[in-house]
Design a protein around this ligand. Sequence first.
Ligand code: C2E
Ligand code: MG
Ligand code: MG
Length: 562
Amino acid sequence: MGYEETLRNMSLEQLTAVIEALQKSSDSYFYIMDLDTYTYITTEKMVKRFPFDDIMSTDLTPLFSGLVYPSDFPKLQADIRRCATGEQDRHEMEYRWFDRDHRIVWIECRGTVIPGSDGHRLLFGRVTELGKEAKADNITGLRRETRFQYDAEEILRDMPETINYMMRIGIDNFKEINEKEGIEAGDGVLRELADCIMATVDSKVDVYRLMADEFMIMDADPQSEADARDIYNEIRSRVANTVREKEYSCFYTISAGVMQEGFENKSADSILRLTEFALNEAKRNGKNQMAMFDKEAYDGYLKRLDIRKLMRRDINSNFKGFEVFYQPIVQTPDYRIIGAEALLRWSCEKYGSVSPAVFIPILEESGLIIPVGKYVLWQAAHICKKWREIIPDFHINVNLSYVQVHKSDLLDDVDRCVREVGIPPESLVLELTESGYIETDSRIKELFQHLKERKYDVALDDFGTGYSNMRYLQEIEATTVKIDRSFVMKALQNAHDYNIITHIIDMVHSLGSSVCMEGIEKEDELDKMMKTHPDMIQGYYFGKPSPAEQFEEQFLHITDPH
Ligand code: C2E
Ligand code: MG
Ligand code: MG
């Protein structure tokens, strides 16, 4: 006699006794369900843990409404129906139940349909709590990212309007903890943080551990009125307390990126991306804080990524789309042209001509400024050689970025360039922006030193915009100090700044350097600023940046024979 037949011949009492006996030796819960009458039998243990009325009942409705997580219900119903109609003989599902304390419990349910003696179809099965198995993260006991994707996907599809917030939390200095205190200390911190989160959020809120040091909180409880900022603040203060209690054995802070709206038509993957962006914003803003997802900032970020991609493509197509423009620099008081600043331009089909204020930082962040900077240097050096045939003391100014200084063999590149092109080093003026780096980074001072030893002229650019400090002016002994247009504008508007500029110029002169004043656009501006005695002027009044051919026609009177 096969086991199916034996089972078929057993009474309900006998079956109850069998599953009770099995239950004693297992962590899973056993049940039998008559799919025609929807009568079920289960065990004492199951009734104790989950909200079943009794070990046997004939009415499933109240049970399912209190037991099964609402959004999982339609799927379960459909699967059971297929078992009842004979469409399938196996029931296999992972979904959520509520336990007797109304906490969400992930379960796996597996069952087999066996035809009963009276022609009824009986589902024999077992339920396993997934939390007890290794599918959860074994450091924190939380579910992992794949689980988040699965859960979020469903909620986003079925009831995005119930989502109160999604919060991605990250530890600000986790890498450092692992490196300095060891992996075990790092694991301890993860466990502590998970506890702080779980102690803060409501039991109906789902918490997941993502990769490395990141956690995701999904509050999709329709009744929830929790405010994301309050939740973050509470977790943060719990963390601070734990750190204090443990006598700072591991010091850490947390940041968070939060989404509170716009869940419609989003995938779980995009939620992961968007909250990651918000978390990174929080870290960029100085860590130990929460940032709300900002669509405009995100669109800007995507645009910068796109521009970076397009520039990379153009660099690989022989710098297509890039061009160097030249703006005249005149000497005072006769306004004779003695040089030009090389200014990079980039345009593409999609965005047209993009401002250097936008694309230079992107080139710097990505390191692409290294090949592009070389391109500018070589273009400028060739033009300088050509133009020196007309104006023998012509100088070309080239902007350098600190990324080039730190991450490339800048000195060797510049040496090779002037040697191979065949111009004297003093015809090249290398411009470096003033910044806090100059004071703190000894390499910058060294670079200035080396450049001057090799007879290059060095200009300190953008003077008056930030860290202007007379002491380092003295230390670096720049050949030229370029006073930024914004500072000149201020001086044109008020007497106080005008006096400051006058004094600065005197001081620069006393240090043996010369002054180039930037951004003069009109005659009256020129007249007024000339009284401060700059040595050179660069501004729209004398000429805007233009392509080499146009510069030649306008200022050097070279006309193209074609
Ligand atoms: P910068 O080096 O201070 O260049 C001077 C900027 O002032 C140029 O802007 C120029 O067009 C503008 N300018 C000059 N005279 C006037 C004027 O009379 N009125 C007004 N409104 N503006 C004037 P541009 O070309 O947009 O360049 C902006 C910045 O981008 C440059 O500031 C420089 O820091 C950076 N940059 C440009 N080309 C390069 C490059 O090849 N390498 C690097 N690393 N940076 C570059
Ligand atoms: Mg410059
Ligand atoms: Mg400048």
